[in-house]
Design a protein around this ligand. Sequence first.
Ligand SMILES: C[S@@+](CC[C@H](N)C(=O)[O-])C[C@H]1O[C@@H](n2cnc3c(N)ncnc32)[C@H](O)[C@@H]1O
Length: 199
Amino acid sequence: MHIIPADAKRALNAHLWTRHPDDWYVEEHWVDHRLFEHERFEGSVCDPACGLGRIVQAAQLAGFGRTAWGQDKVERSPYCVRVADFLCDEFRGRRPDNIVSNPPFKRAREFVVKAREIAPRKVAMLLPLGWISGDTRSRWLEDTRPRRVLILTPRPSMPPGPVVEAGLPARGGKTDFAWYIWEQGYNGEPEFGWLRRDP
Ligand SMILES: C[S@@+](CC[C@H](N)C(=O)[O-])C[C@H]1O[C@@H](n2cnc3c(N)ncnc32)[C@H](O)[C@@H]1O
């Protein structure tokens, strides 16, 4: 048996928690399950930044079967059926009716814009709750006419992918999150609701 010295363990742990270059942060399972329990999606579902595939997995368990699939710019799990940069890609091939994603934070706004160009039904994005109050982001959001904002409680933790892969425990998150949902053709004010880990 190999014994890893405590200093080396601490260094490895610190390394795994550093900012991920592709913004790969993994939401807790309940975050995705609650969405599919609450929100109705008709047709197929794609997550274009699927990482470990938790959203695809939740959609499949909710009854979407093979009409739910994932892609990512890096293949990180078997849920990724295509390796593609969503923001450069022409989205050739199978077009989804709905796009559901936890997008890379640095490119999140571009993901929302592109997803809404592609999906003819709904777009659901996991984004910081603070977007509804920040001056610049809230003005932009207001113009996009979201259908619903579903606030996640308690605050979910979102550790970097390598932490999850190493089986290390998650730490408490510092950011509140919500599912922001857009429905094509909707032009009214958004509704608000809560999705609870412990209903
Ligand atoms: C917040 S994580 C998604 C976590 C995911 N729900 C999971 O179960 O692991 C964002 C993902 O976006 C991917 N990504 C970053 N930039 C991308 C791009 N331009 N196109 C497609 N995927 C991208 C990363 O590789 C990462 O897996």
